[in-house]
Design a protein around this ligand. Structure first.
Ligand SMILES: Cc1cc2nc3c(=O)[nH]c(=O)nc-3n(C[C@H](O)[C@H](O)[C@H](O)COP(=O)(O)OP(=O)(O)OC[C@H]3O[C@@H](n4cnc5c(N)ncnc54)[C@H](O)[C@@H]3O)c2cc1C
Length: 514
């Protein structure tokens, strides 16, 4: 059957045409299903692609079904486009601050917003081949375009065809949750699904939600020339992070001119001749904010609708997604789930790691557990905030006593000469031991630095051992070794100190006599 419902991605330029040709090829012919599949994968985002490619590579007969765009959020509406415009915004900021480095830019700066977005589209289309439907067909996967739903405990329907499976995996991801604000639907708003189609810069932008997506995009748009206001219900940006890390971002945002409305609750939105008017409540008072566009980033809603999960005996929650056990198996033992549809930590790398677990557990009777993973994450603001393992609050909640070692970037030579002193490396160890329980890094490239700590945690290397790692001088990652040195200094007991100084005195005496 020929499928020709290719979506048009706006703007319909050469780059988006290449993207669509890769991720939702016009005129695609679905294969004829033959016999039972080892694995049917529903959804071709990161989790689905990794599961399908891995399973097919091991010789399984695999079907992969996608209703919209191969590559899912990450390629089309998430990581790739956001990091691309963040990079442009970073350039703009570097030029703005060039004077601090003795480099004068006499004419001021001008951001060519359409060029920023075109660069993003060019890079996204370049990357898209890797996730293309054609590539997966060449890997031996039966690729179906269309919306899938379960027809029973071991069958799925797509475009009028029935696919039988031994095992299936639900990898249908999540979408932007709509905040319950009166008038928002009528006024219209941006989410991650349409913000990257903009070709004109919004002069006044309200970002509702100060989590990772809201914070990253708010800073990027402000640096690209928009006047940004963040409206956040909670009292700090990035509610999941330690308050000292969030405070650095808070101060940075204020310095860069972003308006922060914390503990603020939008109540109604209406369209007027001057823009969208947001009526919000803050400190018991009602106030108004008028903007050109509203971007919403208040969390993710799992894509459970339309799958007919009831027919398959798969339990789910409309807000939390498909219910899975530690082995990522749903309430139907034949059916697994991976990625944003079921995981608390909604990241591309967790979707990837979960997919690898599903391959082993679904096809090879494995017993891999999602709880065994050490999951880092990074919010790609400037500075970046990277985290792995436990934070202070987790420790308190679980009654685990920790010792915490912190090195401020103001004491790290490379950060000083780079003018990037806002940040720190903070490592928590189990009290009285060097077992690393978690870390938070705030630094311009914290996301690159945190993997060193993840490596240590995954391999059971204690903080003591990290002091033995020679870091090139000067690098910001030296802060990690310096934290390890701090830990080692605490191991120097008064008795050991006394013994050392006795030995050294002896050496001096021997030298005199000799
Ligand atoms: C703006 C933004 C920035 C982000 N940045 C980062 C980042 O920097 N780093 C990071 O790690 N993560 C980031 N993320 C998160 C990351 O994009 C997701 O965690 C990741 O894409 C999840 O992959 P997934 O496969 O679970 O789901 P998705 O990528 O959402 O894929 C699910 C797929 O299933 C398809 N589908 C749904 N229902 C059906 C059906 N019934 N039949 C067939 N197909 C169906 C959908 O069309 C979609 O293609 C970001 C997200 C956003 C929104």
């Amino acid at each position: 059957m020929n499928i020709d419902k290719s979506p048009k991605l706006l703007p319909d330029d050469q780059y988006n045409q290449v993207l669509v040709a890769n991720v939702s090829p016009p005129g695609w012919k679905n294969p004829q299903p033959s016999g039972r599949y080892n694995l049917v994968v529903i959804g071709a985002g990161t989790a689905g692609l990794v599961t399908a490619a891995g399973a097919a590579g091991l010789g399984a007969k695999v079907a992969l079904i996608e209703k919209h765009l191969f590559g899912g959020d990450c390629l089309n509406y998430g990581c790739v486009p956001s990091k691309s415009i963040i990079r442009s915004s970073r350039s703009a900021q570097d030029v703005r601050l060039a004077g601090d480095f003795g480099v004068r830019v006499p004419e001021g700066i001008e951001v060519d917003f359409p060029a920023v977005m075109e660069r993003m589209r060019r890079l996204r289309s370049k990357i898209s081949f890797h996730d293309s439907a054609m590539r997966f067909r060449e890997l031996g996967v039966d690729v179906f375009l269309g919306e899938a739903h379960f027809a029973g405990q071991d069958s799925v329907e797509v475009e009028g065809q029935t696919l039988l499976f031994s095992k299936a995996v639900i990898t249908t991801g999540a979408r932007a949750a709509e905040p319950p604000i009166e008038g928002i639907a009528e006024a219209g708003y941006l989410t991650n699904e349409n913000v990257f189609s903009l070709t004109e810069r919004p002069e006044r932008l309200a970002v509702i939600g100060g989590g990772p997506i809201g914070s990253e995009l708010a800073q990027a748009f402000q640096r690209l020339g928009s006047k940004v206001t963040i409206i956040q219900r909670g009292g700090q940006l990035l509610g999941r992070e330690d308050s000292d890390a969030a405070q650095i971002l808070h101060d940075t945002f204020l310095r860069e001119g972003i308006r922060l409305l914390l503990k603020a609750k939008p109540k109604t939105i209406s369209l007027t001749g001057h823009g969208a008017v947001i009526l919000y409540e803050k400190d018991g008072k009602e106030e108004r904010l008028t903007v050109d566009k509203i971007l919403v980033g208040v969390g993710r809603a799992p894509n459970v609708e339309g799958l007919n999960l009831e027919a398959a005996g798969v339990r789910y929650d409309k807000n939390k997604g498909v219910v899975v056990n530690d082995r990522l198996q749903t309430t139907n033992p034949r059916i697994f789930a991976a990625g944003d549809i079921c995981l608390q930590y909604k990241f591309t790398h967790t979707a990837d790691a979960a997919a690898r677990i599903v391959i082993q557990n679904a096809l090879f009777l494995g017993h891999k557990k999602i709880s065994a993973l050490t999951i880092p994450w990074t919010t790609f603001t400037d500075p970046e905030i990277a985290h792995v393992g436990m934070n202070e609050r987790d420790g308190k909640e679980r009654g685990i006593e920790v010792d915490t070692f912190v090195r401020r970037l103001g004491d790290v030579d490379r950060a000083v000469v780079d003018g990037e002193e806002q940040g720190f490396v903070k490592v928590h160890v189990k009290r009285g031991t060097d077992t690393i329980l978690g870390a938070t890094i705030v630094a311009r490239h914290a996301g690159e630095m945190v993997s060193e700590i993840s490596l240590a945690m995954v391999n059971g290397l204690g903080l003591k051992a990290m002091a033995n790692v020679i870091h090139p001088y000067p690098t910001q990652a030296e802060a990690i070794r310096q934290v390890a040195d701090m830990y080692n200094r605490t191991r120097l007991t008064p008795l050991a100190k006394k013994a050392f100084s006795f030995w050294l005195r002896l050496c001096r005496l021997n030298l005199k006599r000799g």
